[in-house]
Ligand binder design. Structure first.
Ligand SMILES: Cc1ncc(COP(=O)(O)O)c(C=O)c1O
Length: 384
């Protein structure tokens, strides 16, 4: 458990998002991409087929500005599917990245004490740090298979805690809270009365039971963030959202006026259609991810001499270590030479690990895993 006190610094000095730096240089050139934290992408044509959207429907979209919080039909469908049905608590954003930024800007002042997971998606950590928060780190340990330890969490909370920032199911480890642990987690936060920023980017990508309910059912000061980028296979649509107390939304709108003003009516039209029929869009990708997860686990077992893999319980990313290797970057280089893209763990502060995304096409996953086994076993192409 560490407490880091940092100075409030200009946003231009924010720590680089190492994950984005890594992907930016490779994403568009490597053909075997098993780096992603989302499911297989949909094309516009596939979406139109699934949802019965005609070209005439698209032609009717008018490119005027949308309301600052997003158009009402989309807010209603988000409130219905994820919240308590109250559209006034919903803001539509440019991916959940914008929702995280705006919510953190609205909640945090310099010197605030914040509890944040580690490892964690960079937005949760770096934005709070740049805003001058004092960060108390809730570490997920590989020795525990990354299972969140609530005793450790309890010890980090105190009367100065302003907010708790978490992401479950978790990127990159696939860890999550059991239903009982979730209840206890919420009860601990309720007792403190602080904010909870719940990054639910992977809420619907679960394998062993139903998704966890939205924390706003239980906590008035919860902000819950979602996205079409992960479970829905639509990262390029750039639609996310947050459910938040209305007074917080007022501050978020004020900040948004300097960042993006509003979302696109075309993206909103498509997102509304997607979420009205959400189960169909998510269902087929979730089934594929479940099959792929079995393949990944079988692969890890076959390669257990070299690979140590905590079972991912949610999401479509796993965070294995390569035994005896302190930094996997050289392995990533060998994989790159074979056209395979993964994410080295240093991007998350764990250089001995790698993030493997298993949500994509099954043949691509198989090709990527085969290449990793060949590299870690030191065998040549074709041998196995
Ligand atoms: C945990 C988590 N939260 C938020 C995001 C942001 O995604 P987007 O802005 O595409 O919704 C990501 C993307 O990788 C993520 O992994």
């Amino acid at each position: 458990m560490t407490v880091e006190s940092v100075d409030h610094r200009p946003f231009g000095q924010i720590s680089p998002a190492l994950l984005e730096d890594w992907l930016r240089e490779r994403y568009f050139t490597l053909p075997v991409d098993i780096s992603s934290s989302g499911v297989q992408n949909y094309s516009l044509g596939q979406l139109r087929d699934i949802l019965g959207i005609t070209m005439r429907d698209l032609d009717r979209v008018e490119f005027r500005d949308s309301p600052s919080v997003g158009c009402l039909p989309l807010r209603e469908v988000i409130a219905e599917r994820f919240g308590e049905g109250r559209a006034e608590t919903v803001m539509v954003t440019h991916g959940s990245t914008e929702a995280l930024f705006l919510a953190l800007a609205a909640i945090i002042s310099p010197g605030d004490e914040i509890v944040v997971l580690q490892p964690v998606y960079h937005s949760l950590y770096s934005i709070a740090e740049t805003l001058g928060a004092r960060l108390r780190v809730w570490r997920l340990d590989p020795e525990d298979g990354f299972t969140p330890d609530l005793d450790r969490f309890r010890d980090l909370l105190n009367e100065r805690t302003r907010a708790v920032l978490v992401n479950f199911p978790h990127n990159p480890t696939g860890a999550t809270l059991s239903a009982a642990a979730y209840e206890e987690f919420l009860a601990l936060i309720a007792r403190r009365g602080c904010y909870l920023l719940w990054d639910g980017a992977f809420t619907e990508l679960v394998y062993d039971g139903p998704p966890l309910p939205d924390p706003r059912e239980r906590l008035e000061r919860a902000v819950s963030v979602g996205t079409l980028s992960k479970a829905y296979g639509l990262p390029g649509l750039r639609v996310g959202w947050c459910l938040a107390p209305t007074e917080l939304l007022t501050t978020m709108i004020k900040v948004r006026d300097y960042v993006s003003i509003c979302t696109s009516p075309l993206a909103e039209f498509l997102a509304t259609a997607v979420l009205r029929d959400g189960d169909r869009v998510v269902g087929r990708r979730l089934r594929q991810a479940a099959v792929n997860r079995e393949i990944l686990c079988a692969w890890a077992l076959d390669n257990q001499e070299h690979i140590e893999l905590p079972l991912p319980h949610g999401g479509v990313s796993a965070f294995p270590a390569v035994r005896g290797v302190a930094d996997v970057r050289e392995i990533c280089g060998d994989l790159e030479a074979r056209g395979v893209l993964i994410v080295p763990g240093f991007c998350f502060g764990y250089p001995d690990r790698m993030r493997i995304g298993f949500g994509g096409p099954t043949d691509v996953l198989n090709a990527g895993l085969l290449a990793i086994s060949q590299v870690v076993r030191g065998t040549a192409d074709g041998e196995d």
